[in-house]
Design a protein around this ligand. Structure first.
Ligand SMILES: Cc1cc2nc3c(=O)[nH]c(=O)nc-3n(C[C@H](O)[C@H](O)[C@H](O)COP(=O)(O)O)c2cc1C
Length: 244
C-alpha cells in the first residue's frame, strides 16, 4: 500500500528555480520543527541549523558554494552543521573531565545533521515547497568558518535552499534511480564484477547509450573535478583536529 508519505518521497525532486511566492513564517516554523523531530543519537541533537536571512550572505554563499546563482534567489537557506562544540563546551563548563571530541563523535554529529536536514526536505515538500541540497558548503573550510563564525567542532555538512518551484522545475522529470535489487545486498556486502557494474550504472544513467563514454565523462565531470578535490581537502582539514 502506498501511503501519502511514501508517495511524497517518490515524487520529491530537487528544485533549483523558484517563484516569487514567499515561505510563510508558520511554514518555516513547521519545517524547522520537523527537522528537530528527526531521530538523533542519544537524543543529543548534535547539530545546529544556521538560518541565513541576510541577502548579502546568501550572495556570498552562491559564490563560495561553487558559483551556483540559484542559492541567492532561494526564499529560505538553512545550513545544517554537525555540532559537537555545544556538548564539549557544556562538559567543560562544569568540569566533566571530558576527553576531546574524536572521529566517532564527528561521524555521529554528521549523521544527526543530515538526518535532520532530510526531515526538513520532506516536510517542505509536503507543504508544496521545493528544496535542493548544496554539498559545496563542505568546501572552502577556512572561508566558511570565517563567514559563518564556526568554532572548532562545528562543521557545515549540508546546505538546503528552499522555495516554491517554478512550473518548469515542478514538471521536470525526476532523475531515475538504480533498481532496488542493485542497491541492496542480503546479509553482507557483495562486491560487483565489471559486467554487473556496467549493468547497474547503465540502467538509470545512460540506457541505450555508450556506457564507457558516459562513465569516463562522468568521472571527469564529477569525481575528478576541482570541486570534488576541494571538498576532500576541506573535510580533511576539519578531520585533522579530531585525530590528535
Ligand atoms: C549531499 C548532496 C549534495 C548535493 N549538492 C548539490 C549541489 O551542490 N548543487 C545542486 O544543484 N544539487 C545538489 N544536490 C542535488 C542532487 O544533484 C540531486 O539530489 C540528484 O541529482 C537527484 O535528483 P533529485 O533530487 O531531483 O531526485 C545534492 C544532493 C545531495 C544529497
Amino acid at each position: 500500500m502506498i501511503t501519502n508519505t511514501i508517495q511524497e518521497l517518490f515524487d520529491r525532486k530537487s528544485v533549483r528555480a523558484f517563484t516569487d511566492q514567499e515561505i510563510l513564517p508558520e511554514e518555516k516554523e513547521l519545517i524547522l520543527k520537523a527537522a528537530a523531530a528527526a531521530p538523533t543519537a542519544g537524543n543529543q541533537q548534535l547539530y545546529t541549523i544556521l538560518d541565513i536571512t541576510d541577502q548579502e550572505l546568501k550572495d556570498k554563499l552562491a559564490e563560495t558554494c561553487d558559483h551556483q546563482p540559484f542559492i541567492a534567489k532561494a526564499k529560505m537557506v538553512l545550513i545544517f552543521c554537525a555540532d559537537f562544540q555545544k556538548w564539549y563546551d557544556a562538559f567543560q563548563a562544569i568540569d566533566c573531565e571530558s576527553r576531546k571530541p574524536g572521529p566517532g563523535d564527528l561521524m555521529l554529529a554528521c549523521s544527526d545533521a543530515n538526518i535532520a536536514a532530510q526531515n526538513a526536505v520532506t516536510a517542505a515538500w509536503s507543504l508544496g515547497i521545493g528544496s535542493c541540497y548544496i554539498g559545496d558548503i563542505m568546501e572552502l573550510r577556512e572561508v566558511h568558518r570565517e563567514l559563518l563564525h564556526l568554532p572548532e567542532y562545528v562543521f557545515p555538512t549540508a546546505m538546503l535552499v528552499f522555495g516554491y518551484g517554478n512550473e518548469q522545475q515542478m514538471n521536470r522529470k525526476k532523475p531515475e534511480r538504480a533498481r532496488v535489487s542493485d542497491i541492496v545486498c542480503e546479509n553482507g556486502y557483495h562486491r560487483k564484477e565489471k559486467d554487473q557494474l556496467k549493468e547497474m550504472f547503465q540502467y538509470n544513467n545512460c540506457p541505450g547509450r555508450d556506457y564507457e563514454a558516459w562513465m569516463k565523462a562522468f568521472c571527469n565531470r564529477k569525481y575528478n573535478s576541482d570541486f570534488a578535490k576541494e571538498m576532500s581537502r576541506s573535510v580533511g582539514e576539519y578531520w585533522k583536529q579530531f585525530e590528535e
